[in-house]
Design a protein around this ligand. Structure first.
Ligand SMILES: [Zn+2]
Ligand SMILES: [Zn+2]
Length: 174
């Protein structure tokens, strides 16, 4: 989804767009966008510079790093992004670096790719180690059973043999 900069006349303009999963090319990303994403921001115009400040709200689907099951996490991020015309790029890079919180990109052909902006925010929101639940039990290393959902027979292997002996004794008594 592209933002046509020639249509922005005022120095402050509000933007409210909903991007569908299909608007966001997700090839090779560690997350999947499975629901519409809402982008709400203010567009501040200063000659050829555009500063977009706002929020990205949606959901992303990840695969749990322990049990490999897909799960969804809400995304609600604030951003502050400065866009400069591509031609000016090399000249102004240095003076913009001073503000750490401000991300800087370049636009071409009077257009800003909003899909790219949203993709970047999702990327920044990615957890280092995605877990479906805090204490996900993961998969059994032997049979691959998802231990959050069921118990597998492999546990017997780890049973204390002395405990097994006790158990069989009590069965005999009965
Ligand atoms: Zn899990
Ligand atoms: Zn098992």
């Amino acid at each position: 989804m592209l933002l046509d900069l020639t249509r922005i006349r005022k120095s402050n303009d509000d933007l409210d767009r909903t991007l569908q999963p299909a608007d966001l090319s997700q090839e090779g990303e560690a997350y999947r966008v499975v629901a519409p994403v809402r982008l709400i921001c203010g567009v501040h115009k200063d000659h050829t510079r555009f500063r977009l400040t706002g929020t990205v709200k949606g959901e992303m689907e990840l695969d749990c790093s322990r049990c490999l099951e897909p799960f969804r996490v809400p995304v609600d991020l604030r951003f502050d992004h400065l866009y400069l015309p591509h031609t000016e790029a090399s000249a102004v890079v240095e003076q913009e670096v001073e503000d750490d919180d401000l991300e800087t990109s370049y636009y071409q052909d009077d257009q800003i790719d909003l899909g790219e902006l949203v993709r970047e925010q999702f990327y920044l929101a990615l957890p280092m180690k995605p877990l479906c639940i805090e204490d996900c039990k993961g998969l059994c290393p032997q049979c691959g059973t998802n231990l959050n959902l069921s118990v597998c027979g492999c546990k017997q292997v780890w049973e204390d043999p002395r405990l097994a002996a006790l158990k069989s004794m009590s069965t005999h008594d009965a």
